[in-house]
Design a protein around this ligand. Structure first.
Ligand SMILES: [Zn+2]
Length: 306
């Protein structure tokens, strides 16, 4: 199927975390391990990770360099604590550094005050390593709470990118189905359209069906045409966003103890996914790829409101 890109830009983003941060592994009430510390103890016999995250990140950075593309990296604070050099490298290679929280757990496990404290710690660390201000946030597992917008504003963020207008699924995407597909000024909550200076840059979903599409996990699950069709459809009217995790373009990290659901969630990683990413990026080259920050700047300084 020949699918072309629409006239509006693609905003590519990366959630910089390790495979064991996936929801099924650690980070929500029913995950396989209670938290990353338990995982390290059980699986690695250590209190630290093994450094598996670095090679896939470098492969992704090399890919972006080859394509002369800059993206937005939503980096987990925990990753910045473990691998400060990696954060410095992502920033030095010209990408936007944004925040993915401190720990990769569903937000409903925290009180607003605890979350605000962790968020401030993650933002401060990322800004120190990047040497510049951090403006954007994405919630781990795309699980948000009604108090999140206020916490983000108080912490000095300018935009959020946790909304995927898809139907609810296992506690994800709650209340997001009817949100706009294109960037919008938020109202009282992130899901509400309003007139404030705090923006939402959503992740693209499949029209009508209400399923995620602008995500490598959706591409690996439903196929490349699925994601490309949704991006084409929505980019006729405004910018679209596609995101992935570094480990998704890497074959060599084999999750341990895979049950059926994790098996499905981890299919088509490695070379398959890298080719798919290349196909998507190529649709928008040479000059219609922007970071979230660049897109936000365009939206704030032009009459365009999509
Ligand atoms: Zn994440």
């Amino acid at each position: 199927m020949a699918v072309e890109a629409g006239p509006h830009p693609l905003v590519p983003s990366v959630d910089l975390e390790e495979w064991f941060h996936a929801r099924w592994a650690t980070g929500y009430g029913k995950s396989a391990w209670k938290d990353t510390a338990t995982f390290f103890r059980d699986v690695y016999g250590s209190d630290r990770p093994r450094g598996d995250v670095a090679p896939p990140v470098r492969r992704l950075l090399d890919f972006f360099d080859r394509k002369q593309v800059k993206g937005t990296f939503f980096i987990l604070g925990e990753i910045a604590e473990w691998y400060p050099e990696l954060v410095r490298e992502v920033a030095a290679r010209g990408h936007e550094i944004a925040c993915h929280g401190l720990r990769h757990a569903d937000m409903n496990l925290f009180t607003p005050a605890d979350y605000a404290r962790d968020l401030a710690a993650a933002k401060t660390l990322l800004e120190k390593l990047a040497g510049r201000a951090v403006h954007g946030f994405r919630a781990p597992n795309l699980v948000v709470q009604p108090w999140l917008k206020q916490v983000l504003q108080q912490a000095g963020f300018d935009y959020d990118s946790s909304i995927c207008p898809a139907r609810g699924f296992r506690g994800k995407y709650a209340g997001m189905r009817s949100c706009p597909q294109h960037p919008y000024r938020t109202g009282a909550t992130l899901q509400a359209v309003g007139t404030t200076d705090f923006w939402e840059i959503p992740i693209t979903a499949m029209p009508w069906l209400g399923l995620p599409a602008g995500a490598a996990i959706a591409t690996r699950f439903f196929g490349l045409t699925w994601s490309r069709s949704a991006l084409w459809f929505w980019s006729r009217a405004g910018s679209v966003q596609y995101y992935l995790h570094p480990y998704e373009i890497w074959n060599d990290i084999l999750p341990v103890g895979l049950r059926l659901w994790p098996r499905l969630m981890t299919r088509h990683r490695g070379a398959w996914m890298q080719r798919a990413l290349e196909c998507i990026v190529d649709l928008y080259l040479p000059n219609r790829i922007l970071t979230c920050e660049q897109r936000l700047e365009e939206l704030q300084h032009t009459r365009e409101r999509r």
